[in-house]
Design a protein around this ligand. Structure first.
Ligand code: NAD
Length: 356
């Protein structure tokens, strides 16, 4: 079965970094990967072409695709547009349209880049964590919410932490399945000692674990998880948690690696369709200069191969090529250190292709 991919280069450095990921994809296709792809605009590029950040053309392509690879959106040129027309609205719209409720963010620190972390190299070298965050529920969306005046005449802010069994089950399944594809350890993060919503979360994760006997499930309170992430982060394999805890812990974990140009992400729906994109933005300060690090985007392609196409062999091949080029000393400016070989964005693409 041919896999159909939608490619959305976006704005700023988006087209440059996507171009390098496409060279890798073309190589995989030439070597037998059964996939094809089509381009569509998103964000500012879509506004320029169609007058909307997520136009119908892009919607139709993304709905029909098996997976979507995105560069980045946004830029100063669009900052004065009415809010509904801004590039970031395109991003929110596509996430909603495709019902992407699971956010997967790996934090991998290649041993060669250990000096980029703010933690001691021995604490982080070889780190390989995957944070699975629920994206569409929890206190960010729970009702009732708002600011009102209470009976005492004082203003009061209200938000509601809420998760249903089905919402917890579907994110739990994604996390257990991700753990099966990795180190087979899953840590569920909650605050079950204080919050009933997360007591249900913990119960459901324990129930689900019966279906995944090959995965070792543990539970951790969120405050302890925050501490352990900086004390001994290599103890973690996959971490699953709700929207608000995941928002904070995934940013904390990603910064253990120190380099924004190396961080991919995936957002998945129930059918395994996903949107794959680097964690960084469109970097207008270096756009058009062939300087950007394309590795976060190429690593997003790796996640696409692994999670939407279930092609571990191809994912592993590209991952190994990236490890090789880092060991060979190739570095874009953002991860450069003395003694390494400085390369451009396309130069890094050349190196990865050569290593494949
Ligand atoms: P940014 O991530 O674009 O840039 C922050 C810094 O990191 C900049 O100095 C940039 O040069 C550098 N950087 C980022 N990616 C890099 C790469 N691959 N290689 C080398 N250096 C890199 O964040 P920002 O400056 O806050 O935002 C710029 C624009 O991007 C804004 O319009 C913002 O709204 C948008 N944005 C988009 C996304 C997205 O598309 N998912 C995410 C965040 C920000």
């Amino acid at each position: 079965m041919t896999h159909h991919l939608a490619i959305l280069p976006g704005d700023g450095i988006g087209p440059e970094i996507i171009a390098q990921a496409i060279r890798i994809l073309d190589k995989l296709i030439a070597d037998g990967l059964d996939a094809d792809y089509q381009y569509a605009p998103l964000g500012g590029a879509a506004y320029d072409e169609y007058g909307a950040p997520y136009p119908e053309f892009t919607q139709n392509l993304c709905r029909a695709a098996d997976a979507v690879l995105l560069g980045a959106v946004g830029g100063p040129k669009y900052d004065t547009l009415d809010r509904p027309l801004r590039p970031e609205r395109g991003l929110l719209a596509i996430r909603k349209d495709l019902n992407l409720f699971a956010n997967l963010r790996p934090a991998v620190l290649y041993p060669e880049l250990a000096n980029a972390s703010s933690l001691k190299p021995e604490v982080v070298a070889g780190l390989d964590i995957l944070i699975v965050r629920e994206l569409t529920g929890d206190i960010y969306f729970g009702e009732p919410r708002g600011i009102h005046t209470n009976a005492q005449g004082e203003r009061e802010g209200v938000n509601t932490m809420r998760y249903s069994e089905s919402e917890i089950r579907r994110i739990g399944k994604i996390a257990f399945e991700a753990a099966q594809k990795r180190g087979k350890k899953l840590c569920s993060v909650d605050k079950a000692n204080v919050l009933e919503t997360t007591e249900l979360w913990k119960q459901m994760m324990t129930e689900l674990s019966a279906d995944y006997p090959d995965v070792a499930l543990t539970h951790m309170y969120v405050d302890n998880a925050a501490m352990q992430l900086v004390r001994a982060p290599k103890q973690f394999d996959v971490v699953v948690t709700g929207n608000i805890f995941g928002d904070i812990l995934s940013d904390q974990a990603s910064m253990l690696t120190g380099s924004i140009g190396m961080l991919p992400s995936a957002s998945l729906n129930e059918t395994g369709k996903g949107l794959y994109e680097p964690s960084h933005g469109s970097a207008p300060d270096i756009a058009g200069q062939n300087k950007a690090n394309p590795l976060a985007t190429i690593l997003s392609l790796v996640m696409l191969l692994r999670y939407s196409l279930n092609n571990e062999a191809a994912a592993h091949r590209v991952e190994t090529a990236i490890s090789t080029v880092l060991a060979q000393g190739y570095r874009t400016g953002d991860i450069f250190e003395d003694g390494c070989r400085l390369v451009s964005c396309s130069g890094m693409g050349d190196a990865v292709l050569a290593a494949m």
